[in-house]
Design a binder for this molecule. Structure first.
Ligand code: GLA
Length: 534
């Protein structure tokens, strides 16, 4: 209960977008961060003037509320190990900078490393970053940063911890989390910066976690990060988010590329940390960053990340519920990452929207014609997105579930474990993706937590998989287990095979699990559900 009240209070304090529908969960962080434009070349005047600009340019009013100081503030540790700020960049310390930020009604963020040396000391020749990380100074630095200086957010990098000390990620971030909690600083927003999806443990420790290498102000970089996040929606939610890195809007991307960048960061519920110089930000970029209808997708009280419902040509259609779970309103993005025009012909039942559907273009902030014939058709130019709010007469019961939507408790993207379960491309698969390396041990399963049935009943479940010898599949529906052995008879020369089993679903959400505790399960493409007459 205390957690809930805190979350409500926090949401009300920070975000205009959620002011009316108090969020049960903390929404993604919105603000500004120093790294993209200034790297380690920051100072007190600069940070304060960016904070001032955030208010002056109407960004605070739009919901941006954090001013985050990234790498570059470190000075030295004294004989007691106490960190001091850089003598030239922050001669009066950080307490007064944080106080200035707070005086504007904003929140202040700081940076450190899980190891001894910061990334700046390794990559930016910032010698003061040597020994500046949290390693061996956890309690001391936590006290200084959050209690003495008053910071509200921390991004914790991994350069020193990884390359140099070769620490184990989950263990290391757990130690740091413990120090933060034990010092009574549990309210601080923690960001894990390990440049890949670190594992399902991250949700227990942090508000957000980076999923990719550093962003650059180039189209290829924006496209690469979106690609990395396409199949990670199962890991976000309940106030915890995949972090697609700081925004490169206002730093030279083409206008349509900026729309993709902001639109996808919004619908995927990534933190929104502006990375340009706010005092000179181009008007068009500022307008985009203040687009209330796009921000509303990011700060939506349900706190969901959109998933890929449809993949056609080189385009993707992402969708998520907004405002009400399984209601008639959904946010949809038609995304064309390719270098040519992309046609979309999206069946509306894939989006679970039935009857006449109202459509609003959120970038242009204007209504488009209703969809009446059950198909959403658009042609999109290269590197572009159409961000939509759709409102239907009816919400349809879903009939297909992709493997790439599943929650995989053993999944991580660290690349440290051979044959780790993963989402892999397969052209023939529906949606172009499968889940591979499933099974082999009990805990290595795939789970769909919200398989929905309007009224409950018996369904024919058809599982589509990649046929290979010596595979078994256990399917559990609401903990009722069934072992499928007849997969062995499948023709291995075919790319995909299917098997049909009757299952009983209750009304509302059902949990479907697939795996195999003692041997590999086949790679899974998807499953469909067809209701049988009672
Ligand atoms: C890493 C992070 C960046 C930035 C720098 C600072 O590269 O991923 O976002 O914080 O370190 O040195």
């Amino acid at each position: 209960m205390r957690k809930l009240l805190l979350a409500l209070a926090w949401a009300g304090m920070c975000s205009v977008a959620t002011a009316q529908t108090a969020s049960v969960f903390e929404t993604p962080v919105m603000g500004w961060s120093s790294w993209n434009t200034y790297r380690v070349h920051i100072n007190d005047t600069l940070i304060k003037s960016q904070a001032d600009a955030m208010v002056r340019k109407g960004l605070k009013e739009a919901g941006y509320c954090y001013v985050n100081i990234d790498d570059g503030f470190f000075g030295w540790r004294d004989e007691r190990g106490v960190m001091h700020t850089h003598p030239h960049r922050f001669p009066k310390g950080l307490e007064e900078v944080a106080a200035h930020i707070h005086s504007l009604g904003l929140k202040a963020g700081i940076y450190s490393d899980a190891g001894s040396n910061t990334c700046g000391s390794i990559w930016d020749n910032d010698v003061n970053g040597v020994g500046a990380g949290l390693y061996g100074h956890e309690y001391q630095d936590v006290t200084l940063y959050f209690k003495d200086w008053g910071f509200d957010f921390i991004k914790i990098d991994y350069c020193g911890a990884g390359q140099e000390l070769n620490l184990e990620e989950e263990k290391r971030y757990t130690e740091i989390r413990r120090a933060i909690d034990e010092m009574g600083c549990g309210h601080v927003s923690l960001n894990i910066c390990r440049w890949a999806f670190p594992g399902t443990w991250a949700k227990k420790l942090a508000r957000s976690w980076r999923i990719s290498a550093d962003i650059r102000p180039e189209w290829e970089s924006v496209k690469y990060i979106i690609g990395k996040n396409l199949y990670l929606s199962a890991y976000a939610g309940e106030g915890h988010y995949n972090d697609m890195d700081m925004l490169e809007i206002g730093r030279g991307l083409k206008p349509e590329e900026e729309e993709v960048h902001f639109g996808l960061w919004c619908i995927m519920s990534s933190p929104l940390l502006i990375g340009c110089d706010l005092t000179t930000i181009p008007e068009a970029s500022l307008k985009l960053l203040k687009n209330k209808e796009l921000i509303a997708l990011n700060q939506d009280p349900l706190g969901l990340q959109a998933y890929v419902a449809w993949h056609e040509n080189e385009g993707y259609v992402l969708v998520k519920d907004i405002e009400r779970k399984r209601g008639n309103v959904r946010a949809v993005a038609l995304y064309n990452p390719s270098d040519t025009v992309c046609s979309f012909t999206v069946p509306m039942d894939i989006l679970e929207l039935g009857g006449k559907v109202k459509v609003r273009d959120l970038v242009k902030q204007q209504n488009l014609p209703d969809v009446k014939d059950g198909t959403l058709k658009h042609e999109l130019p290269p590197h572009s997105v159409l961000m939509l709010r759709m409102e239907s007469e009816k919400r349809l019961e879903p009939t297909a579930y992709e493997a790439e939507w599943a929650y995989l408790p053993c999944f991580d993207d660290l690349g440290k474990t051979p044959k780790n379960i993963l989402y892999a491309p397969l052209q023939e698969a529906s949606g172009g993706m499968i889940v591979s390396y499933l099974g082999g041990r009990k805990e290595n399963f795939a789970e769909w937590k919200e398989v929905y049935s309007e009224l409950g009943g018996t369904y024919e479940m058809t599982i589509c998989y990649v046929p290979k010898a010596d595979r078994k599949l256990e399917v559990c529906v609401n903990n009722e287990k069934r072992v499928l052995l007849d997969l062995l008879s499948a023709d291995e020369s075919r790319k995909l095979a299917s098997v049909t089993v009757p299952v009983r679903l209750k009304a509302g959400y059902n949990k479907v699990r697939m795996g195999s505790p003692f041997c590999w399960a086949p790679d899974i493409d998807c499953f469909t559900l067809k209701k049988l007459p009672e």
